[in-house]
Design a protein around this ligand. Structure first.
Ligand code: NDP
Length: 258
């Protein structure tokens, strides 16, 4: 499987923590001495720099890493990002649309407008804008194009829960968009993949509770959630299948989750 990553450039959004960070490490560890390039993006530049240093160190510079500050909720930043990539980093083969967040727990009539907007512009518009920005790079390749778009959805997109209506709606939107795109691109060599995790312990709940770590930790007390590495392994598995194999849709539960 590792050789299928050889010579590839992989772009990950939301790589500064959690699943995105683990995914960058998992790609690097799968092909540490191959000609692999990783573009890691998020808003927190310092965390990206630290991750880049860790990957260079672990792989003895076998994997090339480019950390780029990018807020996917801002369409103009996405345009600037793509236009501003150095020549040797433009030949992207895999896009992992992972950046996403939940803000607040509130019944539908009480949801703050600001929270609603940030969830939609990040989880939905950001993912779509990234896809539209990168797809032409895939489509320029011969034979109808080649590349992988891997979208991170959620169990929340399939099983809505009270208090999470906006987040659930954003992830349902990701699911619909991903499925439409996959059907539009059938019979090309472009694979469209969705990975939907259940509960994963990351900074996700810290963000959900506006930085309240105690509340976030309480979410995971007494249960055994997925780790970000568990999800990263599935993402890298999907990206390293034989080209004709599309791991189109995967739902990952921790064993305790109903
Ligand atoms: P984390 O909070 O650890 O990671 C989220 C990442 O998204 C961070 O790197 C954050 O970086 C980035 N991000 C947030 N907003 C933006 C933005 N506007 N532009 C760019 N990057 C952004 O949580 P997870 O790793 O858990 O979340 C990753 C994905 O997994 C999300 O899409 C989430 O919805 C999904 N998911 C998570 C589950 C869970 O239980 N944890 C379950 C199911 C799905 P920064 O702040 O530096 O920008």
């Amino acid at each position: 499987a590792a050789k299928r990553l050889h010579g590839k450039t992989i772009l990950i959004t939301g790589a500064s923590s959690g699943i995105g960070r683990s995914t960058a490490l998992e790609f690097a560890r799968t092909n540490p001495s191959g000609d692999l390039r990783l573009i890691i993006t998020a808003r927190r530049k310092e965390s990206l720099e630290e991750l880049a240093a860790q990957i260079r160190d672990e792989t003895k510079d076998g994997v090339k890493v480019l950390p780029v500050q990018l807020d996917v909720s801002k369409a103009e930043e996405i345009r600037g990002f793509v236009g501003g990539l150095p020549e040797e980093w433009r030949d992207i083969h895999v896009l992992v649309n992972n950046a996403g967040l939940v803000k607040g727990v509130a019944k539908a009539p009480e949801i703050a407008e600001e929270d609603m907007n940030i969830m939609f512009t990040t989880n939905v518009t950001g993912l779509i804008n990234m896809t539209q920005a990168i797809l032409p790079i895939f489509q320029k390749r011969p034979d109808g194009g080649q590349g992988d778009i891997i979208n991170i959805g959620s169990i929340a997109g399939r099983e809505p829960y009270p208090g999470g209506s906006i987040y659930c709606a954003t992830k349902a939107a990701v699911r619909s968009f991903t499925e439409s795109l996959r059907k539009e691109l059938i019979a090309t060599r472009i694979r469209v993949i969705e990975v939907d995790p259940g509960q994963v312990q990351t900074e996700f709940s810290v963000v959900r509770f506006y930085g309240d770590k105690a509340k976030a930790d309480a979410v995971y007390a007494g249960c055994d959630p997925l780790t970000p590495d568990d999800v990263a392994e599935v993402i890298v598995f999907a990206a390293t299948r034989r080209e004709n194999v599309v791991v189109a849709d995967t739902l990952l539960y921790p064993n305790h989750q109903a």
